[in-house]
Write a protein that binds this ligand. Sequence first.
Ligand code: CTP
Ligand code: ZN
Length: 157
Amino acid sequence: MSEPTLVVSKIRAGTVIDHIPAGRALDVLKIIGLSGREGTRTAIIMNVESKKLGKKDIVKIEGKFLGQHEVSIIALIAPTATINIVEDFKVVRKFKVEIPEVIEEIIICPNTTCITNKSNEPIKSRFRVLSRKPITMQCSYCSTLISEDDLYGLIKV
Ligand code: CTP
Ligand code: ZN
């Protein structure tokens, strides 16, 4: 017998962020700056079955269209995510998120003596992506390397 399916309404216009790794939907919303208090109609679907990922999360945001910066920072938390742009109930564009070459501010350097961690220095963190699969990033100030396993714990959300 097949599993019962979870039915969640389609949206009229806005963005569906699909194929988010299970359990990360709330972090995705946080990183794009949505708290829920904006009043935007949003559906958060967590830990549902996915053919590709086993389990996944989905976020549907009515009336919201993401900018380039928002799309690239989603990639840090949800590298498997697909962005679907919906208009008039139909998906009019679909693309995968992609990690940018340079990431500013979002990641905390794990080196406590790095200049970007000094509270009296107004310097934003800056990492260069050396490889994407697996992810390796390097701090532009102190050259500290971050691996894919470390990354999630170093993202400011
Ligand atoms: N979706 C929605 N409202 C719409 C159209 C689509 O909420 N008006 C959602 C669907 O529920 C799905 C996602 O947007 O979660 C992508 O829709 P679609 O491309 O139709 O689904 P799939 O073909 O299953 O997508 P994929 O191949 O990317 O897994
Ligand atoms: Zn550093």
